[in-house]
Design a binder for this molecule. Structure first.
Ligand code: NAD
Length: 355
């Protein structure tokens, strides 16, 4: 089987390039051909670690033994490198965000279609267990008619001080984390179209690009999804929350299980009111075990190597690529609508297609 492995070169040997090389070194479907990075320091580090270092991007693309290149460079370099690689006869795995706007993505897709080279994006967070559990809860129907889904990530360190803080490099949290969380949200609410989008961006530590945002996606059948990314939050809100006509589900943190609470007895009306300093409420009183069932979702098995396994099969025409061009374009258009909404200060209509 060894000679059927795909030989993959990684372009960009920074944080994520390092991650890819480590994964490729232990892959059962691929071998690491080597790396190329414009930084001498990063090239020297790779060589020190025993990784083959190419002399230039042209050197990578001219090497007939290389089947696929993985692009892990700052965001503004994704499109030119992807196009150059496909024109040179290489299949391409690109880091997220795919590129900076839908015009760039159209150009990439045109080249992929014309050359027949696979182009896909490393949407690795489709393999995160928290996401997979939420997807499972939604699809199960256990919560009744779902009407609200919330996905949040919050830190307190501001936006990183590297290229991510600059517009010319495609910085900002929407292009960094937003792209993952939107991709996940349309994966959870897999059967509904988005009708309207409203977004407000934060500029707490950075004025050039957003350092967080609150994005509301209004789906058909009155489902509202809120995606929130924050970098100035010292106490976190839950990672995921979903609520429907018959129950709610919550995941407090990345590593926690999903707790599901459903109503089992709508007829039980006996409520002990909550008494506060200024009054009492029955409406907001908690439920007891007479009317609810509580359960936990078992964490699913998940192996992010399946991403590379899929791409290698797709290259041989034995599988369809999991991360498709249509999905990439849909998420890009959602991000662009979010920026438009923020500029206008109001919700914008969205012409959607499920893919
Ligand atoms: P980084 O700054 O740590 O590394 C980028 C590397 O690219 C640097 O070593 C730099 O010298 C090199 N580089 C820059 N321009 C180049 C060029 N034209 N040719 C060759 N090398 C070049 O950044 P990072 O955190 O590794 O991010 C890289 C990409 O990976 C970004 O697109 C980012 O969004 C993505 N990323 C994805 C995930 C994920 O979970 N999928 C996580 C982190 C980063």
């Amino acid at each position: 089987m060894a000679n059927s492995k795909k030989n993959i070169a990684v372009v960009g040997y920074g944080g994520m390039g390092g991650w890819h090389t480590r994964h490729l070194l232990e892959s059962d479907v691929a071998t690491l051909a080597g790396i190329w990075d414009i930084s001498e320091e990063r090239r020297a580090l790779a060589a020190e670690r025993g990784i083959h270092v190419f002399k230039s991007l042209e050197d990578v693309l001219g090497d007939k033994s290389v089947d696929i290149i993985t692009i892990a460079v700052p965001n503004e370099c994704h499109m030119p490198i992807a196009i150059q690689a496909m024109e040179a006869g290489k299949h391409v795995i690109c880091e997220k965000p795919v590129c900076l706007n839908h015009e760039e993505l159209e150009r990439i897709i045109e080249v992929s279609n014309r050359t027949g080279m696979i182009f896909t994006v490393h949407q690795n967070r489709r393999w995160d267990c928290d996401y997979l559990m939420m997807k499972q809860v939604y699809a199960s129907g256990d919560l009744g008619e779902v009407f609200g889904v919330e996905s949040r990530i919050q830190g307190s360190r501001g936006i990183p001080g590297d290229w991510r803080g600059h517009k010319e490099h495609g910085g900002g949290m929407m292009l960094d984390w937003g792209v993952h969380l939107i991709d996940q949200m349309v994966g959870i609410i897999y059967d509904k179209k988005i009708k309207k989008i409203y977004c407000r961006f934060d500029h707490i530590t950075n004025y050039e690009v957003d350092d967080g945002f609150k994005l509301d996606l209004y789906f058909e059948d009155d489902i509202t999804a809120r995606i929130e990314v924050g970098t100035s939050h010292f106490v976190k809100m839950p990672r995921f929350y979903m609520t429907g006509t018959n129950g709610s589900a919550i995941i407090n943190d990345w590593t926690e299980n999903c707790r599901v609470v459903c109503c089992k007895n709508w007829d039980e009306k006996n409520v002990i009111p909550v008494v506060t300093a200024a009054g009492l409420t029955k409406t907001m009183a908690p439920r007891d075990e007479k009317t609810i069932t509580e359960s936990e979702i078992v964490r699913p098995e998940s192996d992010v190597h399946d991403f590379y396994r899929n791409v290698c099969l797709a290259v041989d025409g034995k599988a369809k690529q999991i991360v498709t061009h249509a999905q990439l374009m849909r998420v890009m258009r959602i991000m662009e609508a979010a920026f438009r909404s923020d500029e206008l200060g109001m919700p914008v209509d969205f012409d959607d297609e499920i893919c």
